[in-house]
Design a protein around this ligand. Structure first.
Ligand SMILES: Cc1cc2nc3c(=O)[nH]c(=O)nc-3n(C[C@H](O)[C@H](O)[C@H](O)COP(=O)(O)O)c2cc1C
Length: 358
């Protein structure tokens, strides 16, 4: 099953159902121009046999940039680097998409917050801001297409701009972009429809969602996310990508519920693929995500230490390199210094780094 090809409704065929997750690695230039270390890191993984692979979250406008060294897709000045990247990834056997990102309130500069009345002094998003951000996503998607990528994923997950609108606890708005699920989803849906309309029919357009709460109760409920996924399908998404801790498991804060992928699959027409990421290190875990309802199993941290995971994991005795990773071993698979410093901040990621809690 994991080795079976999958054709998305735009017509793009993935050679198998194992995808590499978007992974921020901060290896590009301060202005977002592709850096050589970012190129090397991704090309090494493009050789690994992934059915689909994503760039890191790439900022669609300078206002949406969240990290120094983040890849940019915000101006035509980024296009030569992106074209070099797409060409190199395809030549190496990759099926590459760009993850389109805006940090919203988590952006580095001039962050956009939803309400100006929160006392933070941070600017609230006006309807003009919203229209401008949609235009930025559209221009970025066109650049991805011009550069030679096979598709884009709109980053609607992990607490960034669209999650800030979707999560009831984070969205105090009383206009058409707040309130009920339809209101909170409006910005994301308008963005998706605008992007879909701006690119060729054969170009894949997907959306990444955080479909459930993990630690904090932000009010994101699985039943709502299943409805939202159906709406995104109606708006033209080729796939909906679930950002989870356990790709095959239930919602951590909703006791007794079904696996998240099962509920989303049920809410989404069959021609739209469901991708699920979270905690996949072995093929058994990947297959469990598929058994729960996902069409594609998405691998994050395991891809850092195991660039050839799709091929290597087929061996019955495969023991993937796991975190805490040895920095020297990561260097040997084209993880550069800046990526090592970035992941070194997170507990449990590197030998000698901060230790994981619990
Ligand atoms: C170093 C690192 C960078 C990440 N960068 C991104 C990103 O740019 N965009 C995104 O949507 N998720 C990002 N994530 C989340 C992963 O895509 C993935 O969902 C998460 O790691 C869970 O999958 P895993 O258990 O297989 O690692 C990142 C995770 C890590 C560890």
């Amino acid at each position: 099953m994991l080795d079976t090809p999958l054709t998305l409704r735009c017509g793009l065929t993935l050679p198998n159902r194992m995808a590499m997750a978007p992974l921020t690695n901060t290896q590009s230039d301060p202005d977002g121009t592709l850096g050589d270390e970012e190129l090397r890191w991704l090309v090494r993984r493009a050789r690994g046999g992934w059915g689909l692979m994503s760039t890191c979250a790439a900022f669609v406008s300078p206002r949406g940039q969240a990290w120094v060294g983040q890849l940019g897709i915000a101006s035509d000045a980024h296009l030569p680097g992106l074209t070099r990247l797409a060409g190199a990834l395809r030549e190496a056997g990759g099926v590459p998409i760009v993850q389109l990102h805006h940090g919203g309130a988590k952006a580095d500069q001039a962050p956009i917050r939803l309400s100006a009345a929160d006392g933070s002094g941070v600017q609230g998003a006006t309807e003009d801001d919203i229209a401008a951000v949609i235009a930025d996503f559209v221009a970025a998607a066109r650049r991805a297409e011009d550069a030679g990528f096979v598709g884009v994923e709109i980053h609607g997950a992990n607490g960034y701009l669209f999650t800030q609108f979707l999560a009831p606890a984070d969205n105090p708005r009383t206009d058409q972009y707040g309130g009920d699920l339809a209101g909170r989803a409006r910005f994301l849906r308008q963005t998706l429809r605008a992007v879909r309309a701006a690119v060729q029919p054969g170009f894949a357009v997907g959306v990444r969602l955080s479909p459930v709460d993990h630690w904090a109760k932000r009010g994101i409920l699985l039943a709502d996310s299943a409805i939202l996924s159906g709406w995104l399908a109606a708006d033209g998404a080729d796939f909906v990508h679930l950002s989870l801790q356990d790709a095959g498991g239930p919602a951590p804060l909703e006791e007794g519920g079904p696996p998240v992928a099962t509920a989303i699959r049920q809410g989404t027409p069959s021609e739209v693929a469901v991708l699920a990421a979270g905690g996949i290190w072995t093929r058994v875990q990947a297959q469990r995500a598929l058994d729960a309802g996902a069409d594609v199993a998405v691998v994050g941290r395991a891809a850092i230490g195991n660039p050839d995971w799709p091929r290597d994991s087929a061996q019955p005795d495969h023991a993937p390199l796991r975190n805490p990773f040895d920095p020297e071993q990561l260097r040997s698979v084209d993880v550069g210094s800046r990526f090592l410093s970035y992941i070194g901040q997170f507990p449990g990621m590197l030998v000698g780094g901060p230790t994981a809690r619990g």
